[in-house]
Design a protein around this ligand. Sequence first.
Ligand code: SF4
Ligand code: SF4
Length: 189
Amino acid sequence: MNEIHLNRARDPAFIKETEERSGQDIGTCYQCGNCTAGCPAAFVYDRQVNQIMRGVQLGLKDQVLSSVSLWYCLSCSMCTLRCPNNIDVAGVMETLRHMAREQGYITAPKMEKFWMSFLDTVRAFGRTYEVGTMALYMMRSLRLGTDLDLAPAALKLRKLPFIPHAATAATGRIIERYMKRAEKEGKRK
Ligand code: SF4
Ligand code: SF4
C-alpha cells in the first residue's frame, strides 16, 4: 500500500482542473472513510479512494495520477452512494483516470488497454460487446488466450453473444457529442 506523502510539491492548478472537470467540490471531503469502507476494489488498490481524495485536496498531482487504483476502479458508484457530503466520488475517479491517460500517467498499461478496447466496442456498437472487447484486448496486450478458460461457463450462461447488439440512435448521439467536445478541448487522443 502506498501512502500519500504530504511534503511533495503541490499543484494548485491540478486541484482546480479536477474540480472543474468532475463538477465536484472536493474540499468538502472530511476524510470519514465511508467511500473506502464500501469499495469492492479496495483490496487491489495501491492508494485507497479516500487517500486519493485527500491527495487531490492537497494538489499532489504526481502521487494521485500515478496511482494504479485509478485503473482498477470498477465505476460501481458505491463510494458516491456512501459519501455523506454528496460528492460524486466515482465521477472524480473517472475524471482522474482520463487526466492520467491524457497526461501520460498510465501506471497499469494492461488495464488501460482493456479500458480502450471496451470503449471502442461501445463506440462501434452502442453498448458493450464482450467478444469484441476481449479480441481487441488480446491483440493490444498480446495476452493471446487470456481468460479463455472462463468462456465455457460464460457461454453456458449466454453471457457471450457472438453477434453485437445494435447501436441505438441515442447512444450514437451521446458518443458523437462527447467526441466533438473532446476534440474542441484538445483532449481527444
Ligand atoms: S465518503 Fe466522502 S467525505 Fe468521506 S472520505 Fe469519502 S469522499 Fe470524503
Ligand atoms: S466506483 Fe471505484 S472507487 Fe468507487 S467504490 Fe466503486 S470501485 Fe471503489
